[in-house]
Ligand binder design. Structure first.
Ligand SMILES: Nc1ncnc2c1ncn2[C@@H]1O[C@H](COP(=O)(O)OP(=O)(O)OP(=O)(O)O)[C@@H](O)[C@H]1O
Ligand SMILES: [Mg+2]
Ligand SMILES: [Zn+2]
Ligand SMILES: [Zn+2]
Length: 620
């Protein structure tokens, strides 16, 4: 249908066509779909369940938080039952940049989308500043019967505005109270409130609980007239949905007190009114240091009692940490830039290492621990050992380097290198930024720098074992060519010898170039050629001449030469502006194979340099 036509028919810009009607119709809707009258916790629980739990909701966005997500699911499952848990504040406790805000953000978006769907729909008294549940219009025995008959639970009283407008209505007038379907939208300040503490002196409780409308007081005469009050505090806004407290424990005591009443009674104090009912999920975050201070202050006993604490630690599994950077750096890099294979892994390895604690089992080093957390089994260590290690280090994941730090450094390095984020540049960037990481003191910095060197060394070793086979493969190709050229030369040489003539110069040169490469001295060459000649004749006679050197001594000599010389060969070749043809061919072949693996010309050179040097990936 034409867009203009759809708008004409009353569809909202977000594709919604919201319903308007009256209380009588709403009662029918409740009968058909009792879930419309769900309290906030249950609606949120159903949203999560529909998404496959918190884990499902955060799929592809947050990694390594399975444990926290299971606890969060359990919290909402219990709260949805209307249990006492509903009166608790969900406190997310985690280190800086550990995903607390991201998680709450995802929850909010989930709730918004859910409220737009039929199964997540909710209704409100039209014109109510808090979009309150229309069933609040019912009181006493009528309310009890309605709850029984409709299969809903009804909680809370009319807000001051609605009480003034509708509090005394009966009969048809009551049934005609306007009701509308509402959706949750943070942007439009419906059903999602957020509060972040600012400077304690300038904090105004009105931000939470609404404020007097000074201009309107003169119209209505008294301050207690609800028409002279703006119910626009964050707690008002969050009614029916979710209230987020950023850094809760940094808040002034008055704020915490308001929150405590809300938690204990489901009500909060606003202006001159009696406690006002509110139905909202309260999610707060804080960090370890503030939490410890809070817990140890006896004055906080009551509030502490009202909290369900869920830890959101940093990822400790390498693969989770890699996915974070894959998502935030690799997939969002500027066009035309490249990220070297293993650069992300280098960064993630470093980040996880900073979070691990040394085991009491001396034989298990940090890198080994990291591997064991990442893999099923390593070098005879398995699930049992993993559990042991986890048990002895409870604070793991609550400190160390944050993903935000790493992402920032990588993003900056990617721009600075203007092209390719090599492993070397990655380590350099992580190294250089340590001084400016919040929450990391000078002592830790030193330790972290050492960890970076460990990562460089470890990666260097692993890359060697990755690249050497390419040299072998390239060498074998090269070897086959040499072998056949040698055989051809040898034929010409032997013909000449038999005819009693001196071999042609080019034949002699060709043979020597191979012999020299494998260390056959001038004095040994005759014997060597005789021997190979006899060997080749035999193989030919049997029709078994191969593509690679079959003569054991020749082959062994070439292989010795190969394995013993990769590093020096590489070193030499990279320093030598014009290496011999053989060497150049080999290195070109290695470059070709690296390109197949995703290395661009730039990171190929970075890698070859690293492998060709005794201290790989120099930085610092
Ligand atoms: N487990 C994780 N999975 C994916 N991304 C993560 C994870 N933890 C953190 N991040 C990313 O790191 C960045 C910082 O996270 P976020 O702002 O949510 O942390 P926070 O805990 O709220 O930090 P702060 O304490 O500083 O407020 C975000 O870009 C987030 O996506
Ligand atoms: Mg945050
Ligand atoms: Zn109201
Ligand atoms: Zn590259």
């Amino acid at each position: 249908m034409d867009i203009a036509e759809r708008i004409r028919r009353g569809e909202l810009p977000d594709g919604q066509r919201l319903w308007h009607g009256d209380f009588a119709q709403y009662l029918q809707i409740c009968r058909r779909r009792p879930s419309v009258a769900d309290l906030a916790h249950r609606r949120l629980h159903r949203m999560l369940a529909a998404a496959g739990g918190a884990q499902g909701l955060c799929e592809g966005q947050l990694f390594g938080l399975e444990q926290a997500f299971a606890e969060i699911d359990a919290f909402f499952a219990a709260a949805a039952q209307g249990l006492e848990v509903r009166r608790r504040i969900l406190l997310l406790l985690g280190p800086v940049g550990g995903g607390k805000s991201s998680f709450v953000e995802i929850l909010k978006r989930g709730l918004e989308r859910f409220s737009q769907r039929e199964e997540g729909s909710l209704y409100a008294i039209a014109g109510c500043p808090m979009r309150e549940e229309p069933l609040h219009l019912l009181q006493g025995e009528l309310r009890e019967s309605a709850a029984r008959e409709l299969g809903v639970s009804i909680e809370g009283e009319l807000c001051p505005v609605c009480r003034m407008r509708y509090g005394n209505l009966t009969g048809e007038e009551l049934l005609a109270v306007p009701v509308e379907r509402v959706t949750i939208s943070e942007e439009r300040r419906r059903g999602i409130g957020t509060f972040a503490p600012s400077d304690p002196k300038s904090q105004d409780i009105a931000e939470l609980t609404g404020s007097l409308d000074l201009a309107a007081i003169s119209d209505f005469g008294v301050e207690s007239d609800p028409r002279a009050f703006r119910f626009d505090g964050e707690l008002n806004v969050a009614n029916r949905g979710l209230m987020e407290f950023v850094e809760l424990l940094k808040c002034d005591e008055r704020f915490l007190y308001t929150l405590l009443t809300l938690a204990q009674e489901g009500r909060f104090k606003t202006g001159r009114y009696a406690l006002m009912y509110a139905d909202e999920v309260v999610v707060a975050h804080t960090n370890e240091a503030e939490y410890q201070a809070f817990v140890h202050d006896p004055r906080n006993e009551a509030l502490k009692d009202r909290m369900v604490v869920v830890r959101l630690p940093y990822a400790l599994r390498l693969r989770d940490e890699r996915r974070i950077y894959q998502r935030l750096v690799a997939e969002r890099r500027p066009p035309g830039t490249h990220i070297a294979p293993r650069a992300i892994e280098a960064a993630a390895t470093f980040a996880v290492l900073t979070r691990l604690e040394k085991s009491r089992r001396r034989e298990i080093g940090l890198l080994q621990k990291l591997r064991l957390y990442d893999e099923e089994e390593i070098q005879g260590l398995g699930a049992r050992d993993r559990q042991d290690l986890q048990r002895e280090s409870e604070r793991e994941g609550m400190h160390g380097v944050s993903p935000r730090y790493v992402v920032n450094q990588l993003a900056r390095a990617l721009v600075q290198t203007q092209g390719c984020l090599t492993v070397g540049a990655t380590l350099q960037a992580l190294y250089a930024g340590l001084g400016s990481h919040p929450s990391i003191d000078a002592g830790e910095q030193e330790g972290f720098r050492n960890l970076l060197h460990e990562v460089a060394e470890d990666l260097g070793r692993r890359l060697e074992s990755e690249v050497y086979p390419h040299f072998v493969a390239a060498f074998e190709d090269h070897l086959g060519v040499l072998w056949h050229r040698y055989l051809d030369g040898l034929d010409a040489y032997l013909r000449a010898v038999r005819a009693g003539e001196p071999p042609p110069d080019d034949v002699e040169q060709r043979l020597r170039s191979v012999e020299e490469e494998i260390g056959v001295a001038e004095a040994q060459k005759r014997a060597f050629r005789e021997e190979i000649g006899v060997f080749a004749a035999g193989a030919r006679g049997r029709g078994q001449i191969g593509s690679l050197p079959q003569h054991p001594a020749l082959r062994a000599a070439l292989e010795r030469h190969l394995y013993g010389s990769i590093q020096s060969l590489l070193q030499g070749a990279l320093q030598d502006p014009s290496p011999g043809e053989g060497v150049r061919l080999r290195i070109d072949e290695v470059r070709r194979r690296l390109a197949e693996q995703g290395y661009c010309p730039r990171c190929t050179e970075d890698l070859l340099q690293a492998i060709g040097s005794p201290a790989p990936f120099a930085f610092g």
